[in-house]
Design a protein around this ligand. Sequence first.
Ligand code: HEC
Length: 119
Amino acid sequence: MGKRWLFGIAMAGCVSGLLVGTPVKGQAESKAKPGDAARGKTLFVRNCAGCHGAAGEGDGYRLLGPDPANLTAPATKKKSDAELLKTIHNGKPNMPAWKRNLSESQSRDVLAYVRTLGK
Ligand code: HEC
């Protein structure tokens, strides 16, 4: 019983994944999966690079108050996924909250891309 339920949820996830995003070579998508950096890149360029810069170095532009974080800095790299996801969801002074515009899995995709920056 329990297992059937989980399977149902997993299938629903797959189907909605296919409807919303580009199917990633037929791979089933599960909620717990780490983000997809390739998809994250598109989202980053569109939503984040204006402030954080194309390379994530915080050089998009300067605002009054805190500057966009340099996402390649050691200070950011050593923060946990949970911490950075929280920032992406809730925003910061000078950074908009993304929870209304990015789904859970999109946030993880963006974070996966952020993790590739500065390498
Ligand atoms: C309007 C400008 C702006 C946009 C757009 C923006 N950010 Fe930011 N972001 C900032 C600023 C400013 C900070 C630093 C805030 C602070 O230090 O208080 C920040 C901080 C962060 C941090 C925290 C870094 C750390 O070390 O804690 C992450 C992660 C981050 N941004 C990711 C993103 C992602 C992903 C996007 C796109 C979905 C994005 N940001 C879009 C301005 C922006």
